[in-house]
Design a protein around this ligand. Sequence first.
Ligand SMILES: Cc1ncc(COP(=O)(O)O)c(C=O)c1O
Length: 388
Amino acid sequence: MLSTIEQTNLHIMPTYGRNDVVIVNGYGATCYDADGKKYIDFGSGIGTTSLGYCNDAWAEAVCEQVHKVQHTSNLFYHQPQAMLAEKLCAMTGYQKLFFGNSGAEANECAIKIARKYSFDRYGKGRHTIITLVNSFHGRTITTLSATGQDVFHNYFFPFTEGFKFAKANDIADLHDKLDDTVCGIMIEYVQGEGGVMALNPEFVAEIRKICDEKDILMIADEVQTGVGRTGKLLAGEHYQCKADITTLAKGIGGGLPIGVCLANQKCADVLGIGAHGSTFGGNPVVCAGAVKVLETLEQPGMLDGILEKSKFLRGQIAALDEVQEVSGLGMMIGIALKTKKASDVLKECLANGLLVLTAKDRVRLLPPLTISEEELKAGAEILCHVLK
Ligand SMILES: Cc1ncc(COP(=O)(O)O)c(C=O)c1O
């Protein structure tokens, strides 16, 4: 009989650089492999299991919903979808939303809204979206086109037209890229896949100003930064900035697939019947779980607690000689190293019972937001041991 790794490598397309670990079960920020080896997880999938493995309230809500109605088409109504939508709008201050199944889908929706908003008001030709150099917005052809990294603009030609890339934190370059064809500016407040790089507040403020002045829609891709990851519900709060559209995915599902495109009053009704859709978007089981994620984040002191935990972890890491810089915001942490390679650190951490991620040449940490003090300390100890 083939092993899980052999079965996977034989039958699944080799699109991932996987680690040779088979994860079998987990609870909180701790998981176990097929040999019973224990790992502290500082990656949360890739920022998805925001409440850790098998959070009780989340798992109960998901299981309960599975036994009621696991799916119905979006041609009918169901309570978990309505409840999640109401809660998300109330907590974020957005007017309406669209549910998809992934970050890329949420961004596709945002791009469609920006283009149709402009088409409805100004007619054809105002379709360009400015995104940032070094950004990452997804793997569909259009979101790859929106991604500002040349390495992704290969093989799959022709790419979707109508994207321009401005340098992050370079206001002059942003103005250079602006012309009468622009209908949207899309940013990540912290570029995650691009190396955990936070934008400057002045740059974000300039984008907001330009968008207001020129009736361009500002789109915040909060697929990685959103839902408490940075210690605020939305990372835009760190910048006192509210985009016209914010996209979410990853952490909002607590480990199940979901994408959300939130729109403000200005563009809430741009997409009408037939303009967009998804078979699985807003699935009852996923929505029932996501409500529990939001209820957890709503608990008094939860967001401040995330900031406290991140302060502890950042402090431990910053004190190490090997560390050049600790970047990002809150529990979205990038570590630039002086001499070691991030990929080697990842392997050494694995050997020592800690799961971490990399982004470009940095080690990247996205621990579960609910990680216990004990797990946090145990994980930090392993990381510090590896980096010493
Ligand atoms: C900022 C950002 N946008 C979009 C995506 C794509 O999300 P998904 O893989 O769910 O399509 C990612 C995934 O890493 C991301 O970090």
